[in-house]
Ligand binder design. Structure first.
Ligand SMILES: Cc1cc2nc3c(=O)[nH]c(=O)nc-3n(C[C@H](O)[C@H](O)[C@H](O)COP(=O)(O)OP(=O)(O)OC[C@H]3O[C@@H](n4cnc5c(N)ncnc54)[C@H](O)[C@@H]3O)c2cc1C
Length: 426
């Protein structure tokens, strides 16, 4: 095995978190090396952006490219009852300036390629088709990674800090046995793509629609460019597989019958892609950093698709982790404690969003009932659901608690502070 490269930071994974971090590190004049398993462009789910993606996209210098892209403009979100009755669409411009209020429905293969190209343009080195198979660790400190090329060469890369942005693969938390499933969020998602399905007129043509099916299940309906619609259903596994049906296509079409709006909107279109299924995706890493190691994006944790928060958390954490690593390099201190502020910000944001996700799935809760009783909370709800997650929402959650049980924060995601003194949990 030969040692290659010396760089300031190794980044595992070239998705949104990894490429945002690489661009930020390059902006600090530091040498980031991204190791990405796939050859881009590659397929990925996660297509609806939140307004507060604006800030990390601005920070990495991608706004102009986004504005010149073919991505559908998203100005609003609406909710639809099983009978097909749609709520008034909520327009982000009623609360935010125009540049924040208009966001995008992206095709991830194109969006992620833009982020990767941007990281390279800024000066990061990105290597594709190389899979990180292990971390090099000694006495709790991460020293680098072992990776394998497509042709089977095993290479070792070392750097003072490794940033894990490997998405749901979660290289660091899986290898260290840190992955902890969310105690209650345990959903299954089934989805496909339609060509030629109906779009609403005018400003709402690019709206995200959340359309309910029984037992707090829901469809997403996301208009994309080239006349495509991303459409999927999310619910408890036992609901979706009732009657013993396991085939994703059969599940999907059975649930289409459960929502009149979805049925009508899909009627003029035709399925244009395979049916996909995923489950068990809500988890957090027990630790968000350790000596020489930082986690970001889905590798840190993933909540639930319902509020389209994944890419926002990925980009935001990539930017924040990039800055935290630049600070560590300046201080020549790569101990876990150096990353405490970063993990604290991520935990706070994820916990705020998580409380609303729990409320959403609570049979006793509805946003309408909440804002009817507390009209002054409407702005707070909007902020959290738009991705402005690092705020004091204590008044909001006191109000939510009158309708739904609000979960205690998970103790996970903090730095592993006593790496040498404390054995790792099994
Ligand atoms: C059903 C569903 C619907 C969703 N809908 C939305 C939505 O509408 N909006 C939204 O914002 N989010 C959504 N998400 C979440 C979103 O997909 C993720 O949160 C987001 O992609 C996370 O970005 P990331 O950079 O952390 O990871 P990823 O985008 O997964 O990127 C990780 C990269 O790491 C690479 N990699 C993995 N393992 C290795 C390895 N060992 N070595 C090298 N490279 C490796 C992968 O190839 C990949 O390119 C959804 C998720 C699900 C499950």
């Amino acid at each position: 095995m030969s040692t290659q490269y010396s760089c300031d930071a190794i980044i595992i994974g070239g998705g949104p978190a990894g490429c945002a971090a690489a661009a930020v590190l390059a902006g600090h004049g530091l040498k980031a090396l991204v190791l990405e398993r796939e050859k881009f462009p590659r397929y990925h789910i996660g297509e609806s952006l939140l307004p507060f993606n604006f800030y990390p996209l601005k920070r990495v210098g991608l706004l102009d490219k986004m504005r010149n892209s073919a991505f559908v403009h998203k100005h609003s979100v609406q909710f639809v009852s099983p009978s097909g009755k749609a709520s008034q669409p909520f327009h982000f411009a009623t609360r935010y300036s125009a540049d924040v209020a208009q966001t995008w429905q992206v095709l991830r293969s194109e969006f992620d390629q833009m982020l990767m190209d941007n990281a390279r343009e800024k000066g990061a080195e990105v290597r594709e088709e190389i899979t990180v198979s292990d971390l090099i660790q000694q006495a709790g400190r991460t020293l680098g990674v072992v990776a394998e090329t497509k042709t089977g060469d095993r290479l070792e890369f070392r750097a003072p800090v490794t940033l894990d942005c490997s998405g749901r693969e979660a290289v660091a938390s899986v290898r260290n046995h840190w992955r902890v499933r969310d105690p209650q969020l345990n959903k299954v998602a089934v989805w496909t793509y339609y060509r030629g399905a109906r779009r609403d007129p005018g400003l709402d043509a690019g709206a995200t629609t959340v359309a309910y099916v029984p037992e707090k299940g829901w469809f997403w309906y996301i208009p994309q460019h080239e006349d495509m619609i991303s459409v999927g259903v999310v619910a408890e596994g036992k609901y979706l597989t009732r009657d013993g049906v396991k085939d994703p296509q059969a599940i999907f079409h059975r649930e289409v019958e459960q929502n009149a709006w979805i049925k009508e909107h899909l009627a003029s279109g035709a399925p244009a892609a395979p049916y996909r299924i995923t489950s068990e995706y809500s988890y957090r890493s027990r630790y968000g950093a350790a000596d020489g190691l930082v986690l970001a994006g889905d590798a840190f944790g993933f909540l639930d698709p319902v509020f389209s928060s994944g890419v926002m958390f990925a980009l935001k954490s990539g930017v924040l982790a990039g800055d935290a690593i630049a600070g560590a390099i300046k201080a020549a201190d790569f101990s876990a404690a150096q990353f405490a502020a970063y993990t604290g910000t991520m935990r706070e944001g994820m916990e705020n969003m998580r409380k609303l996700v729990y409320a959403f799935y609570d049979q006793a809760f509805s946003f309408r009932a909440l804002t009817n009783r507390y009209p002054e909370m409407a702005g707070e709800v909007t902020d959290c659901l738009s991705g402005d997650v690092n705020k004091d929402f204590s008044k909001l959650y006191a109000a939510v608690a009158e309708f739904a049980s609000v979960p205690e924060p998970l103790p996970y995601g903090q730095p592993w502070l006593r790496a040498e003194a404390e054995p790792q949990p099994a």
